[in-house]
Design a protein around this ligand. Structure first.
Ligand SMILES: Cc1cc2nc3c(=O)[nH]c(=O)nc-3n(C[C@H](O)[C@H](O)[C@H](O)COP(=O)(O)O)c2cc1C
Length: 208
């Protein structure tokens, strides 16, 4: 897929592809991991509830523990780190984020209270909570992949893992739902080409 418009951001987006083979033992500098995770939390989220948690799996022992959980997909063992992106099923509790704005005088307390009421009302429905956890944490996941690419790394998002085993083996609290795994590292073998449907197939202007 290509368009005539080009800039650095668009290039990073178009150059990101799922890499399955990584330079083993490449240790990612901590500052790069931090930059990638900072990009993750800069994702937008509904009501700014920041429905995410990131479990960083980087020790050799943890990678080996993850390998069978991820159906022995080699990228979790070879890459520098695998980030388990978790969605927060109780993100309504994160409405405390508004307290800062109230204290700073940027948000009236009554507005905060009205918002918290709406949010807690919506979170009475577990389907709403689950959909929001997946939707919003997936936005953070995409930021991880693009930030990593911009720093010279490659990634592979994975839905191929056994959530119940991930939860059990890594002590993930019931509050969090695994959304996807993302391996991050230095590519050993470039990604296989992947096709895209043309815009004419996927874009509908106006109305169906
Ligand atoms: C939610 C999700 C789950 C995926 N699961 C896997 C997976 O388990 N194993 C794998 O090798 N690739 C996985 N992929 C990568 C896709 O196969 C890949 O993104 C797609 O084929 C398009 O290729 P590209 O990313 O290289 O452009 C997954 C991607 C996403 C977004």
């Amino acid at each position: 897929m290509s368009s005539s418009r080009k800039n650095e951001t668009l290039s990073v987006i178009s150059e990101r592809h799922a890499v399955k083979s990584y330079v083993k033992d490449f240790k990612m500098p901590e500052e790069d991991l931090e930059a990638i995770l900072t990009a993750a939390v800069e994702a937008p989220s509904a009501w700014n509830l920041q429905h995410w948690k990131f479990l960083v799996i980087e020790s050799e022992a943890d990678k080996q523990k993850l390998l069978p959980i991820a159906y022995n997909q080699g990228q979790v063992a070879e890459s520098s780190v695998t980030i388990a992106v978790l969605g927060d099923l109780e993100a309504n509790r994160n409405a405390v984020i508004y307290d800062q704005a109230v204290e700073a005088g940027a948000l009236p307390a009554e507005i905060r209270d009205a918002l918290v009421g709406q949010i807690n009302g919506a979170y009475q429905n577990p389907q709403v909570a689950r959909d929001a956890a997946i939707l919003n944490s997936a936005l953070a996941a995409q930021n991880i992949m693009l930030a990593a690419k911009s720093l010279g790394y490659d990634t592979c998002a994975m839905g191929g893992f056994i959530p119940a085993q991930l939860i059990e083996q890594f002590n993930i609290p019931a509050r969090y739902l695994p959304t996807m795994l993302i391996s991050v590292g230095k590519a050993q073998v470039p990604a296989r080409p992947s096709g895209r449907f043309p815009l004419s197939d996927v874009v509908v202007k106006g109305s169906f």
